[in-house]
Design a protein around this ligand. Structure first.
Ligand SMILES: Cc1cc2nc3c(=O)[nH]c(=O)nc-3n(C[C@H](O)[C@H](O)[C@H](O)COP(=O)(O)OP(=O)(O)OC[C@H]3O[C@@H](n4cnc5c(N)ncnc54)[C@H](O)[C@@H]3O)c2cc1C
Length: 454
């Protein structure tokens, strides 16, 4: 490594090592490119260190604690008296998962011969990046660059984050002690997941949605189940909340994100950004400066790790000469509430608005053997298909493992499957996936495990 103002020539430079950046780096290396990966923090980014993984780990701990306190447990012969929890130990356990995964990411990076440079980078010109870090100030001249710098929590103008009383979701996950009460402002999946995490741990959670409902676009029947689940946990939900009047503290604000692009000197380089600071890219993830690509949250699109990782592969493949683009038909979306919610493709309302003549199928989990053996009858599967040819258009699942089952429907939609295709294949029995079969059969008018209309 050269220190000072000497320029090091590199092949592919990836700026940011979150799920977008490290996946892009590895994919480009697999394709024979020499990759330098820069991050001011640890590889893994928001998803691994502050977001998806910490939240899901703590949710799992909270849910398991909740299950031991459930009245249903006694009815199946399990008596778990004197169960208690300890937030500090939950944090230690969560961190052990993060550390284990982070070590795995580091090993993946080095085994693919990606050079990792710790430091903060910005553009000097359309071909060069300067990196300030523990090795001093480094200057890299690249053939191609992939920007993957992520996003920061979007603040509310009159509620600046202070990390103690006014918190980002990431900060809420790291609170050293649990507060007696916690207010959450937001209507997105993160707001609902935070409520689902803290309420079972004895925190009085108040959830404020600025709009008329939570989770816009979700099928009303599914939303009702999720809201009932939150209320059962003791979450107090207020919609159409006047945010300026919320004086309770601590308060967590989950109002989306802002692309982390301000310090990159993009204007000087001529890289075009939108009004939110998101880097404008085409379907090949290429910016208006042809050798500079951008992926993930810094593009200002839907902030999901799944999207960042897919765009990463597209960018790495395009700059290695492949003709590919980021054009998924559907994006699976999961909300880890109790019950869990997962959606993909159109809701019935969206499909109708888009001009489709639709047919729907519905199957309640109460009629599924596997759901009952798992101790729940709370959930539903809703399918939407094109009435003209049976092509599947969308699905909403509520219930255990909905987030895993949704992948099956996403695959079906991507492959152009019809209700008949879903109905014809074999499903393991007893299984939750049978609910998808039953909903498809219902839409086809041949559901076996639904009471016949008399
Ligand atoms: C609480 C929470 C829960 C979430 N849960 C989910 C979930 O369940 N599912 C899901 O799909 N998504 C989830 N997300 C969103 C997900 O974390 C992001 O969409 C994802 O991390 C975006 O990946 P990225 O690579 O674009 O950016 P990031 O993960 O943010 O990575 C960007 C990286 O760039 C580095 N960087 C930034 N600027 C510079 C610079 N100038 N120089 C060097 N390095 C720089 C940062 O240090 C960081 O490591 C969640 C987010 C939060 C906050």
């Amino acid at each position: 490594m050269v220190v000072g103002d000497v320029t090091t020539a590199v092949d592919v430079l990836v700026l940011g090592a979150g799920p977008g950046g490290y996946v892009a780096a590895i994919r480009a290396a697999q394709l024979g490119r020499h990759v330098t990966l820069i991050d001011q923090g640890l590889p893994g980014g928001t998803c691994l260190h502050q977001g998806c993984i910490p939240l899901k780990a703590l949710l799992s701990a909270s849910e398991r604690y909740q299950q031991t306190r459930s009245e249903d447990l006694a009815s199946i012969g399990i008596h778990a008296e004197k169960v208690s929890f300890d937030w500090a130990s939950m944090q230690v356990w969560k961190q052990s998962i993060v550390d284990r995964l982070a070590e795995g990411v580091q090993r993946l990076i080095s085994s693919n011969r990606v050079e990792y440079v710790h430091g903060s980078g910005w553009f000097m010109n359309p071909q060069e990046v300067r990196v300030e870090g523990e090795h001093g100030s480094l200057r890299f001249k690249f053939e191609h660059c992939i920007i993957a710098t992520g996003a920061d929590a979007a603040p509310l103008s009159d509620l600046p984050y202070d990390g103690k009383q006014i918190l980002t979701p990431e900060q809420a996950l790291m609170m050293p002690e649990l507060p007696e009460a916690l207010s959450i402002i937001g209507d997105d999946y993160i707001a609902l997941e935070l409520a689902t995490l803290f309420a079972p741990l004895g925190v009085k959670v108040r959830l404020y949605s600025p709009g008329e409902q939570l989770l816009y676009g979700v099928e009303p029947a599914a939303l009702r189940l999720v809201q009932a689940g939150l209320r059962k946990l003791g979450v107090q939900i207020t919609t159409k909340a006047a945010l300026e009047s919320i004086a309770e503290r601590p308060v967590v604000i989950s109002q989306g994100v802002c692309p982390r692009t301000t310090g990159l000197h993009l204007a000087a380089v001529g890289v075009a950004v939108n009004s939110n600071g998101g880097i404008i890219v085409n379907t090949m993830q290429q910016s208006n400066v042809s050798q500079i690509f951008a992926i993930g949250d810094c593009t200002g699109g839907r902030a999901l790790a799944s999207i960042a990782m897919k765009q990463a592969k597209v960018a790495a493949e395009v700059l290695s000469g492949h003709r590919v683009q980021f054009a998924p038909l559907v994006t699976p979306f999961v909300v880890h509430t109790t019950p869990e919610l997962a959606t993909v493709g159109y809701s019935a309302e969206e499909a109708t608005k888009a001009g489709y003549n639709i047919v729907t199928g519905r199957f309640p989990l109460a009629a599924n053997g596997r759901a009952l053996t798992l101790g729940t009858d709370n959930g539903v599967v809703l399918l939407v298909a094109n009435a003209d040819d049976g092509t599947l258009l969308g699905a909403t699942l509520v219930g255990p493992r909905a987030g895993d089952l949704i992948g099956q429907v996403a695959l079906a939609i991507e492959m152009g499957a019809t209700l008949t295709d879903l109905s014809e294949i074999l499903y393991a029995h007893p299984g939750l996936s049978e609910t998808i079969l039953e909903a498809a059969d219902g839409a086809l008018g041949r559901a076996v495990h639904m009471l016949a209309k008399v």
